[in-house]
Design a protein around this ligand. Structure first.
Ligand code: ATP
Ligand code: MG
Length: 397
């Protein structure tokens, strides 16, 4: 058993001591079977949320009505969820309620994909009722049970299927693929926020190309914000290695660039995904500058972050690799700029008023702009005296 599971083992033992069943479930079990880095460890039990709270000294109620309690233990936090069956689904999303149950098998049955529906007991034994391990070996994404039925219960599962294809580099089973083709319209019932979470994970996965291709082939892309009518562009985006980027803003900048969203449309497109204002702003700044020819003035106007992001995206697009040396050179040229902001200029607006003895007016900002350019272009030293002399000689022209 991996260290992370060993660290969480006392939680299973504690629940069992109280006469309850308890298992590791979900993504952590899947990732351990695949020898991938294990993320959050989730635990499922037949103890009720109230019992979980009574058994563990430090808990946080994050959704008791759904059966989930966070248990804090030795500096880690674990989601401990009561076995549940979901009651009727309304509108192809979230069930109208949950019913707490005693059967692990029933709990695993309501999970989305076979690979996500395995459990592990405190001895490290795998419990796999739905062929999760077989599908890991065959690198196959398929739902637990009939895919059409499962997508009717919760349509987000279609996008999750593609997200896991991308993250795990798996194929979609023919049945599951067919059901996505036939049920893609159901995705309209899902909130944008939930779609955005899954789509970002899809782009960040190693096989985003396969998942984007599947989105195009099944028509699922039509149900994603702003992508209807852009099949060719979605296919074109397959060429970009999004997983080599870290920042959210960079991923979105690269995505709008690859699907040829022009700058007039870009803001509306990103708002359609309900991204935070800060991410939108940075993505727009970067996307506009991917094909920028850099000189002192454009580097200064862009700022270091945008300059480096735009350059990295451009080299990934053109060469499929980030050229670290080239990026280091770009960073160095930026750092060598004589000024980084207007505040770095050796003169301020009030200095100009003193030099000229003229009433304030638009000329002040015009002069500052001219000085800024001259300093950036290396025509003028960033020194008060030199600037004053330069202004005198300039105004005589
Ligand atoms: P990640 O490493 O990205 O967190 P994960 O498998 O843990 O992957 P989560 O989205 O955190 O994915 O979900 C945790 C588990 O809950 C899944 O493994 C799956 O068993 C179940 N699950 C999550 N979303 C759904 C859903 N929409 N329908 C059914 N089961 C789901
Ligand atoms: Mg998870």
């Amino acid at each position: 058993m991996e260290d992370l599971f060993l660290k969480a083992l006392p939680l299973l033992r504690e629940l069992k001591k109280h006469g309850r069943q308890a298992y590791f479930v979900g993504g952590a079990v899947r990732d351990a079977q695949m020898n991938r880095d294990v993320g959050d460890i989730d635990i499922a039990t037949d103890a009720s949320p109230e019992e979980i709270e009574a058994i563990f000294p430090k808990t946080v109620d994050v959704g008791k009505e759904h059966g989930t309690i966070i248990v804090l233990f030795e500096g880690e936090s674990y989601e401990v969820t009561t076995f549940r069956a979901e009651l009727e689904y309304e509108d192809y999303r979230r069930p109208s309620g949950v019913q707490f149950i005693k059967s692990l098998k029933e709990d695993l049955k309501r999970r989305d994909l076979t690979i996500n529906a395995m459990a592990m007991d405190e001895q490290g034994r795998l419990i796999d009722y739905f062929g999760g391990l077989r599908d890991i070996r065959e690198k196959l994404i398929q739902t637990v049970g009939d895919p059409a039925e499962r997508f009717h219960e919760d349509a987000l599962r279609m996008l999750r299927a593609l997200r896991f294809m991308s993250q795990l580099e798996f194929e979609l089973s023919p049945n599951t693929k067919k059901a996505i083709c036939e049920n893609r319209l159901l995705l309209a019932h899902i909130s944008t926020e939930r779609k955005t979470v899954e789509f970002e994970k899809l782009l960040k996965g190693k096989a985003a190309d396969r998942a984007l291709e599947a989105a195009a082939e099944t028509g699922l892309y039509k149900e994603l914000p702003g992508l209807d009518g852009k099949k060719e562009r979605v296919l074109a985006a397959m060429a970009f290695p999004f997983h080599q980027l870290q920042k959210r803003a960079d991923i979105w900048a690269a995505f709008i660039h690859m699907i040829s969203i022009d700058s007039a449309e870009a803001q509306r497109f990103l708002k359609g995904w309900k991204l935070p204002g800060k991410v939108i702003k940075q993505a727009l700044l970067t996307a506009e500058r991917i094909d920028q020819k850099w000189d002192a003035v454009s580097m200064y106007e862009a700022g270091e972050e945008t300059l480096l992001s735009a350059s990295a995206i451009r080299s990934l697009r053109d060469k499929q690799a980030i050229d670290e040396q080239r990026l280091a050179e770009i960073r160095q040229s930026y750092r060598a700029l004589p000024i980084k902001t207007l505040k770095d200029l050796a003169v301020s607006g009030s200095d100009l008023l003193n030099f000229r003895n003229k009433p304030a007016g638009k000329w002040v900002s015009d002069d500052l702009k001219r000085i800024e350019r001259a300093v950036l272009n290396g025509e003028l030293a960033n020194q008060k005296k030199a600037i004053e002399e330069w202004l005198d000689s300039c105004s005589q022209i």
